[in-house]
Design a protein around this ligand. Structure first.
Ligand SMILES: Cc1ncc(COP(=O)(O)O)c(C=O)c1O
Length: 287
């Protein structure tokens, strides 16, 4: 089965998909995106991702490209045309095409929209989760609006590359107070020495992860003690457990931070349990 992309209201072959050279996403990173995990062809945590998409667009004053109902249809159709059973669907909306000028074009162009979908090997992901993964820390160097899911991701690109070169899957940003903010494409969590699940509060300059929010609800339902409170890299290295969350990684145990083992260097019981429970929730709630 070939790959297809949805580009400005048409399905085209992935290899031939293109946008205009004066798309403001290309020139200014003037756009937003969303990523949904797909289970059995359905979108997981779909309402949370739609809510964040609407908010990101509103914050940047980019018009909605189409109604949510219409978006759901084209997202589902992109998943179907690409034969994705388990995987990811990516949506990007930019302010559109206009002669290059930093301020918003007037009149406003139609927003430009791109949707792609790809399959993920769930068994390989499961094997990786069983081994656990490594993170490194990096100084926080992003702008002050990380709550908006923009395609302006150059600091994240550089942090991820540093992680890759260090044999890690993720980079955790550390702010000027010495506290972990989040990962380059995930939220950061620990189970501290008191056994309390901890992740940074969303008043901080971080993305309000949809997986993060669902996992906090699940933790509350399971009576797992948690606190939305930041931690330092040292606390994380000395924690019982660590893990990251995101639509791409779901819940992924972290077993090394800057080369130091977390706990005994193997995935912890809480992270493993939360991964199972989150995946069950994501599958059951997918629509
Ligand atoms: C910077 C950042 N933080 C956190 C997340 C996790 O968000 P979500 O759980 O909504 O995928 C992402 C996901 O892409 C991200 O890019």
């Amino acid at each position: 089965m070939g790959r297809f992309a949805y580009v400005n209201h048409r399905f085209v072959r992935h290899g031939e998909a293109a946008v205009h050279i004066e798309d403001r996403g290309y020139q200014f990173a003037d756009g937003v995106y969303e990523v949904w995990a797909v289970f059995e062809g359905k979108l997981s945590d779909s309402a949370g991702h739609f809510a964040r998409l609407h908010r990101s667009l509103r914050e940047l004053r980019i018009p909605e490209p189409m109604s949510e109902a219409a978006l759901k249809v084209v997202l589902a159709e992109t998943v179907r045309r690409n034969g994705v059973r388990d995987g990811l669907v990516y949506l990007q909306v930019t302010r559109g095409v206009a002669p290059r000028d930093h301020a918003f074009p007037d009149p406003a162009p139609a927003p430009a929209i791109v949707i792609t979908a790809k399959s993920v090997d769930l068994e390989a992901a499961e094997r990786r989760a069983e081994l656990g993964a490594a993170v490194i820390t990096q100084p926080e160097n992003r702008w002050g609006r990380c709550d908006i899911k923009t395609v302006s991701l150059l600091p994240n690109v550089l942090a991820k590359q540093a992680a890759r070169e260090a044999g890690a899957v993720e980079a955790w940003y550390v702010d000027e107070l010495g506290l972990v903010t989040e990962g380059a494409s995930s939220n950061a969590w620990i189970v501290d020495q008191a056994g309390v699940l901890r992740t940074r509060d969303v008043q901080a300059n971080i993305l309000r992860g949809v997986t993060r929010a669902s996992l906090l609800e699940l933790a509350a339902e399971m009576n797992v003690a948690f606190e939305e409170r930041p931690f330092t890299p040292e606390e994380a290295k000395g924690a019982r457990e660590a893990f990251i969350t995101g639509a791409g990684t779901l819940v992924l145990p972290i077993v090394r931070i800057d080369g130091a083992n977390v706990g005994d260097g193997t995935p912890g019981p809480v992270a493993k349990r939360l991964r199972r429970i989150y995946i069950d929730h994501a599958r059951r709630g997918a629509d």
